[in-house]
Design a protein around this ligand. Structure first.
Ligand code: FES
Length: 309
């Protein structure tokens, strides 16, 4: 059996020894160094954000550090991909297989180079893990600051049975005072200024109230509703009356997106985007003639998105 000496030997034409393993290629060298620089910068960014959080600089340095960390990791990964030549099309031209002395030497050299490549990859993997780790450390503080899960607080306000309605100056409301069709903002006694407990109080002629409003806890024409709009939580702070007979209309208005509520009929929405009525505060009168609540609201105040899942 003879061999055809004129047959071409096995070659890999014009291709690198492997996916970017050859650091004699200047492009690969640059990509390798860039990947190292990217991961080192990312590690510094992560540590910077952790330091910023620990020192209370959360409005500027924390964000800058996280941005540097993410940017560094992205840059490092892209450079790593370039180092591996992942974006190149590799075409290997094969011919008849026969091993020459020269190819054996090439193989030996390649084995040596492979050992070096594994070492370089270990360095890149270690740097990448370090940068991701520093980023994770940077997030530990902010995640820990999220605090405990809400536990029913959004379903309760400062109102309870027997609590007097008082003005922002602390004055209780006598059932005999107050002019008709005049809006006032009141709070539970002892909880003045509490956001979720603001109430708008209005007095109208008792005979115009709907049964639903009377059942909801009106007292001799006094009606009280949560001041927090059920659309997006703005303050329902306006009251309008159109007293042209025969169709006199009264409306509570939210200035944010023009939701309108009917105070005569349980503060049901009559215009705008608000999806549901303002919760009504049930009231009574105490021994001294002042308005008091008989319970908390019968449902959560504010937009539906405020309620807990
Ligand atoms: S928040 Fe009141 S209408 Fe949008």
């Amino acid at each position: 059996m003879t061999t055809d000496d004129s047959a071409p030997t096995s070659t890999v034409d014009d291709q690198p020894a492997g996916f970017g393993d050859n650091l004699t290629n200047p492009v690969n060298q640059r990509a390798y160094r860039s990947a190292i620089v990217g991961f080192v910068i990312a590690t510094i960014g992560g540590l910077l954000s952790a330091w910023a959080y620990a020192n209370g600089d959360t409005d500027r340095l924390l964000g800058i550090g996280i941005a540097i960390a993410f940017g560094g990791i992205g840059f490092g990964l892209v450079s790593w991909a370039k180092y591996l030549d992942l974006d190149d099309n590799v075409v290997q031209h094969r011919s008849r297989l026969r091993t020459t002395e020269e190819e054996r030497q090439d193989f030996d050299e390649e084995m040596v180079m492979t050992g070096e490549t594994v070492g370089r990859r270990k360095l890149l993997v270690a740097l990448f893990a370090g940068s991701v780790g520093s980023l994770a450390v940077a997030f530990i503080g902010p995640i820990g600051s999220l605090g405990p899960k809400p536990d029913g607080q959004l379903k309760h306000t400062g109102w309870s049975a027997g609590r007097r309605l008082v003005t922002s100056e602390g004055a209780p409301i006598s059932i005999d005072e107050g002019r008709l069709d005049q809006l006032a903002t009141v709070f539970p006694e002892g909880e003045i200024g509490r956001d979720d407990s603001q109430v708008i109080l209005l007095r109208v002629k008792p005979e115009i109230l709907t049964q639903r409003t009377i059942d909801g806890g009106s007292v001799e024409g006094w009606v009280a509703y949560s001041k927090i709009c059920t659309h997006a939580g703005c303050s329902v702070g306006l009251f309008g009356i159109d007293d042209r007979e025969p169709d006199v209309t009264r409306q509570l208005l939210c200035p944010c997106h023009q939701s309108a509520f009917d105070p005569i009929d349980g503060a049901k929405p009559v215009g705008g985007p608000a999806p549901r009525s303002l919760p009504q505060l049930p009231m009574a009168v105490d021994d001294e003639g002042f308005l008091i609540a008989t319970s908390d609201f019968d449902r959560p105040v504010g937009p539906i998105t405020w309620t807990e899942g």
